[in-house]
Structure formats: C-alpha cells, structure tokens
Write a protein that binds this ligand. Structure first.
Ligand SMILES: [Zn+2]
Length: 434
C-alpha cells in the first residue's frame, strides 16, 4: 500500500488490516486500538503493540510470558509476568468512543524496584494497596522513556499469599511538597486555605467545581475538586484519599475527583509559614513552583513597568490605546513592576502588582499620575522605580511559572535583603574601608 493511502486510513481501516493480518476478531482489535489511541498512543505504536499482543510472528501459543523482576522490565519487552505489591491505586474516569470508562493507575513494587501501571476497564483484578499480586501477561509500554505496565483483559491477575521485602511505603500518603505531576492514588492531610466555586464548561455542559489552595506542614499547592465535596471549605482540615496530581500553570495541582474520599479531621492541620528557598537555577529547572522564595540582585527594570495602561475588557497591558484583542479602548491606569532578579545561577522576572509597586515607587497611583503629568512623561515613574531598586538585593516570595514567556515570578512579597546578616556585615566592612 502506498504511504499516501496510509495517511488517510481511518481507525476502522487500521483495525480491519490488523484483524486480517493477525487472524483475530475485528471488533476486539477495534476496541483495543481505540483504547490505545485515546490514551494518546500514536497509531503506529498502537498497531505494533497489538501485533505483539496477538502474537504476530509465530510466537503465539507460548502461553504466559516469562516472569521478570521489576528492575528487569524494559521498554523492549512486549509482555511480562510480574509478582509485586500494590503501592498505590487511583481511579480516573476517561472518555473514548463517546463512553465513560474507569481506569485504574498507580505503582507496583517488588524487591528490585517499582513501576507505574494502568489497568483498563477490561482488567479483572482488584489492586488494593498492600496486596501482593501475580500479573500474568501484563503488557509493557513506554511512557516518558520509562517502561509501564498495561493491564487489560488479556492480563491474568491473581492475589498471592506472599510477603515481599520492598523498600517503598504502601499507600499514597504524601506531603504537599513531595507531590509531582503524574502521581496517582495520593492521600494528603491538609488545611483548605482558599476555596471558591467556579462554573465551567464541562463534558456534559455547565458544571460547578471548587478550586483554591491547600496547605500542610511542608507547603502549599492549588487544588481542583471536580465533584464538589461539602467537607471542602475554607479553614477546614481534611483528609483527601485517592487524589491525583496534574500540572497547572507550571506547578503541581491536587485533583479531587468523584472517586476521592474526603474526611473532615478533628484536628487542625498546621500550615507552614515559609516557602522553600532555593537558587534561581534550581527553581527554573523545576519547571514551575506554586510558592517559592528566591533571592538576588535586581539588575534591570524591564519595559512595561511603572505607570501602565490596561484594557478595561481583558486587563491586558495596552500600548497607545490599542488592545491586541479589543482594538482601540479607553485604557485604565495601573502600577506594575517587572524586575529582573539575578543570583548568579540564573535570572527570573519578578512581577510586582500595584501595591508592591507603590511601595518600591514610594507613592500610589494618584502620585504617579501627578508625577507623570508634571514631567509630561510617563516614563519618569519607571525611572524612579529603577533608581530605587536596581543594584540592590531582594528576597522575593511568589508563584513561579516557566513557559514560552520566560521565567516569571508573580511576587506576593518583595523585601530588601538588608536584614540578612551577611549583607549587613559586608555593608559595615565597606563603610569601614571608606
Ligand atoms: Zn482587551
């Protein structure tokens, strides 16, 4: 068949071709193929995986594939048999072929290591954390360069009475600071710091969700509750079982679903006052952090600082009365500072809102307007800010996002570092020298 024909082949065509090549039921192949494609597996890879599953190449009839230790499972394997302890297990509802399907995801471990798994709805096992299970004929696929187990209707699960000496804790109990996007079946005990209702366009029309901020002894993270639970309200201390973690604006976010259990705690979960302090390079390399403290010298105040104008419709900063989305608009005055912070390892742009800008400028919006009017130049506001902060060291706490717009730290606090004993000592020495 010509490559140009392949391009236009539908999923059905691919399934038909596979079914006839492999001599198996077309409906079954179609279902498997849809399954994989809807899980974002590219078509070619999906077909290869099914050729392996249905034993293309004369290897069919071998029975169960050989048993492997988890550390030996590689992306070159097509099917393996493993005996492992279920560490975590979280359900998730996904949609394909117009239907809702519940999949189960988590991690398994044996004496040699751990591995992630996805159990499709055809899988007949139960997978309770703590159970030791023997999984015959588990599929292997590659995810992010790592092997992962794919458990489906051809996988043979068996709970075995065996104790494995594993190095990992069973259950998904975690501190907020240790969570990473992709974590499943997670349990956290937290205090709800902020919580608001939002109406969004969901799969089935408008639906109400909750979103806000959670805190514990280790840190703070944003959350979304897709199936609002009454126990989640501002100030409440709760235990959240079976949550999963996704990336939201470059930082991990806790997701509460219809499968999560929310339990009100009869104690108050203490929340740390501090944000983790790290080098700018370390923070930027993390890809984004919800709450972090960085310190460095302000080396420049960027364009778009000082007395600026925003579009009244969308809030974007406008130039010459023109909004990129709304054309000619009557701009609204505002104060903002974009300061480049450098600690010798890397740089970020600290973005200060109107209140923090008023503090570094030494005046409010009315003062800035008057200042600009007197000078007949708006730039005087940014110039004064620059004179006051460039060359000085600051400690900045805020939310870091790293994307195509660069590394931006939306500041919640912006404090000169002269409280730092080392800086003060250095200043004293310089005075002594003078
Ligand atoms: Zn606009």
């Amino acid at each position: 068949m010509l490559p140009s024909n392949r391009q236009s082949m539908s999923l059905e065509d691919h399934a038909e071709e596979l079914a006839s090549d492999l001599g198996v039921d077309k409906e079954e192949v179609t279902r498997d193929l849809e399954n994989l494609v809807n899980y974002s597996v590219p078509m070619d890879e999906a077909k290869q995986s099914l050729r392996r599953k249905y034993g293309d190449g004369g290897s069919s009839g071998d029975g169960t594939p050989s048993s492997k230790a988890i550390s030996e499972v590689s992306t070159d394997d097509s099917n393996v048999t493993v005996t492992a302890v279920v560490l975590t297990s979280g359900r998730r509802s996904i949609q394909y072929n117009g239907e809702q399907h519940v999949i189960r995801e988590g991690q398994l471990a044996d004496e040699t290591g751990k591995i992630s798994y996805t159990a499709w709805d055809g899988f007949s096992g139960d997978l309770q954390p703590g159970q030791t299970v023997r999984l015959g004929n588990a599929g292997v696929r590659e995810w992010d360069g790592q092997p992962e187990l794919n458990l489906g209707d051809s996988t043979d699960p068996e709970v075995v009475d065996e104790t494995l000496d594993i190095d990992y804790e069973v259950g998904g109990r975690a501190a907020l600071q240790d969570l990473a996007p992709g974590d499943r079946g997670i349990t956290v005990e937290v205090q709800v710091l902020e919580c608001e209702q939002k109406v969004i366009d969901g799969r089935d029309g408008e639906t109400t969700i909750l979103s806000g901020v959670l805190g514990d002894e280790s840190g703070r993270l944003p959350f979304t509750d897709w199936e609002p639970h009454d126990e989640i309200e501002e100030g409440a201390s709760v235990r959240l079982d079976e949550t999963f973690v996704r990336e939201f604006r470059g930082a991990p976010s806790v997701n509460v679903s219809e499968f999560s259990t929310v339990t009100a705690l009869d104690r108050t979960v203490e929340v740390t006052e501090d944000a983790p302090r790290m080098s700018i390079r370390e923070a930027v390399e993390s890809g984004g952090l919800f709450d972090v403290e960085l310190a460095g010298n302000v080396i420049e105040v960027r364009d778009g600082s000082g007395l600026i104008e925003r579009c009244p419709e969308c809030g974007r900063v406008i130039q010459n009365g023109q909004c990129r989305s709304h054309g000619a608009v009557e701009g609204e005055d505002d104060l903002r500072t974009k300061a480049i912070l450098d600690d010798g390892t890397d740089t970020v742009t600290a973005v200060l809102d109107d209140e923090l800008t008023a503090r570094v400028y030494g005046g409010d919006l009315d003062d800035a307007r008057e200042h600009a009017r007197d000078a007949m130049d708006k730039e005087v506001v940014a110039e004064r800010i620059s004179d006051r902060i460039v060359g000085r060291e600051y400690v900045v706490r805020g939310s870091l996002s790293v994307d195509e717009y660069g590394a931006n730290l939306t500041a919640s606090t912006f404090t000169e570092a002269d409280d730092d004993p080392a800086t003060r000592a250095q200043a004293l020495l310089q005075e002594a020298d003078a």
